[in-house]
Design a protein around this ligand. Structure first.
Ligand SMILES: Cc1cc2nc3c(=O)[nH]c(=O)nc-3n(C[C@H](O)[C@H](O)[C@H](O)COP(=O)(O)OP(=O)(O)OC[C@H]3O[C@@H](n4cnc5c(N)ncnc54)[C@H](O)[C@@H]3O)c2cc1C
Length: 416
């Protein structure tokens, strides 16, 4: 041991957010040996605990659907598997269309998701209101009920659960220990440096969230993600709102709503989002420094409050935000980092890293330990980006992905 951190490990994970902690837990479970996690701040304190906590089975392709199914299976079975408590609300969800184009999109997505094994039902506006009594049916043209969707009321609880489960498997987790260097010899990772000391290790996982690109550069590697702000609020308690009400996603407004702390949580995707890279904002930048702007959420609320009138009267009990890591093609970035053997990454959340972390962490760990993932995620590997993006190109592509989160144009729903 040097300065508190061990001097040797079999794998070092950089970043103790949802991705890093999940990867660390599964690395240990899969038999990686001595696993160490280092975080520049308190473990589980940055973007992940600020998430909405939503899981979503309807996805744009079969791979992400399979991973979403695995993620929900994993969190539902987590307490039994690990002995660590993890409350999960099995609320189901409703996907709601208020335009003809979005109704057509729901029908298409429902058909393909059903083929990929997702249980769902197409319903009308009145059935939607019966299932979600906080929803007014006015103007709803079509809806899809997905009973298997879930949410985690307090996202911090997943991070605590990962840490407890990881520690039970012998993982050592160090907060306030930034990785300041990644040692590379002959194109191969040999370890990391930090103020807590050096750790020699043949495997290093970059799970540094909004800092992932910067951390990749420590090894001379490219991890092309763009941090982008995302916000939500939680109202004061509203009479009659039950935790079991389904999550509601209104596609045209790009807004999601769920029960939260007796009130309602609302978040959404503005059309003019804010890219914000911690690089260049100083060493002490943290998620507490992300500038929040409530007018964005007021505007999004104005798009949906005729269907959710309770939002109009209720005061706000929390307004929070953090940074997504967007990629140029909207897919996760998970796999070996080209050019540096032994360096892996798990990032590029594109707004869904909290909910996919149980699956991606597990599958990446299998890939690292056994040389083969049980779900073929090679498509998500960073090697798909063979060409260099300028910063401007990368940011433009990332903004495009953010603003098309619910309704990509190939669904024919981009006109409005
Ligand atoms: C408001 C909001 C709502 C969201 N809602 C959802 C949702 O409902 N469902 C969903 O799936 N996703 C949601 N997300 C996205 C989700 O939060 C992210 O995808 C996820 O948290 C990403 O996890 P992470 O581990 O990459 O990042 P983080 O949690 O930020 O973890 C990265 C860690 O790396 C550490 N680090 C950085 N640099 C270093 C270094 N040099 N050395 C050591 N450590 C370092 C950081 O300190 C940090 O703790 C939401 C996000 C926001 C902001």
């Amino acid at each position: 041991m040097t300065g508190g951190v061990p001097s040797v490990a079999d794998a070092v994970v950089i970043g103790a957010g949802a991705f890093g902690l999940s990867a660390a837990y599964f690395l240990a479970r899969e038999g990686a040996g001595r696993v160490v996690v280092l975080d520049r701040y308190a473990p589980g304190s940055q973007t992940s605990p600020r998430a909405a906590g939503l899981f979503k089975l309807i996805q744009g392709d079969e791979l992400r659907t399979r991973l979403a199914q695995l993620a929900i299976e994993t969190v539902l079975g987590f307490s039994e598997e690990t002995g660590v408590s993890l409350p999960v609300e099995r609320s189901g969800s409703l996907l709601v269309a208020r335009t003809e184009a979005h109704a057509a999109m729901i029908y298409r997505e429902a058909e393909q998701s059903r083929c990929w094994g997702v249980e769902l039902e197409l319903i009308d506006a009145h059935e939607a209101q019966r299932l979600a009594p906080y929803l007014e049916p006015e103007g709803i043209l079509a809806a899809c009920s997905i009973p298997g969707d879930v949410y985690i009321e307090e996202p911090a609880s997943l991070l605590t659960a990962y840490q407890q489960a990881a520690r039970r498997h012998g993982v050592a987790i160090f907060g306030h220990t930034p990785v300041t260097g990644i040692r590379v010899r002959n194109g191969e990772v040999t370890g990391v440096t930090s103020p807590g000391g050096e750790i020699a290790a043949p495997v290093v996982v970059d799970a540094a969230g909004a800092w992932a690109r910067q951390v990749g550069r420590l090894a001379g590697a490219s991890v092309p993600v763009v941090p982008m702000r995302h916000q939500l609020y939680i109202t004061q308690p509203i009479a009659g709102v039950e935790p079991s009400f389904p999550i509601v996603r209104l596609i045209d407004a790009a807004v999601y709503v769920r029960p939260a702390r007796g009130g309602v949580m609302l978040g959404g995707f503005e059309s003019d989002p804010l890219p914000l890279d911690p690089a260049g904002r100083g060493e002490s930048f943290s998620m507490d420094d992300v500038p929040l702007d409530f007018t964005v959420l007021e505007q999004l609320t104005g798009l949906v409050d005729r269907n959710l009138p309770a939002l109009r009267q209720a005061g706000v009990q929390e307004h929070r935000g953090g940074l997504f890591t967007m990629t140029a093609d909207g897919l996760f970035l998970a796999g070996p980092v080209p050019g540096v053997r032994g360096l892996w990454t798990i990032t590029g959340c594109n707004g869904s890293g909290f909910s996919f972390s149980p699956a991606l962490g597990r599958v990446l760990a299998e890939w690292i330990v056994h040389g083969e993932p049980s779900v073929d995620i090679r498509r998500l590997s960073p090697e798909r980006f063979t060409r260099h993006f300028s910063d401007e190109e990368l940011v433009a592509a990332a903004v495009w992905q953010y603003t098309h989160y619910y309704a990509p144009p190939e669904t024919g729903s981009d006109e409005e």
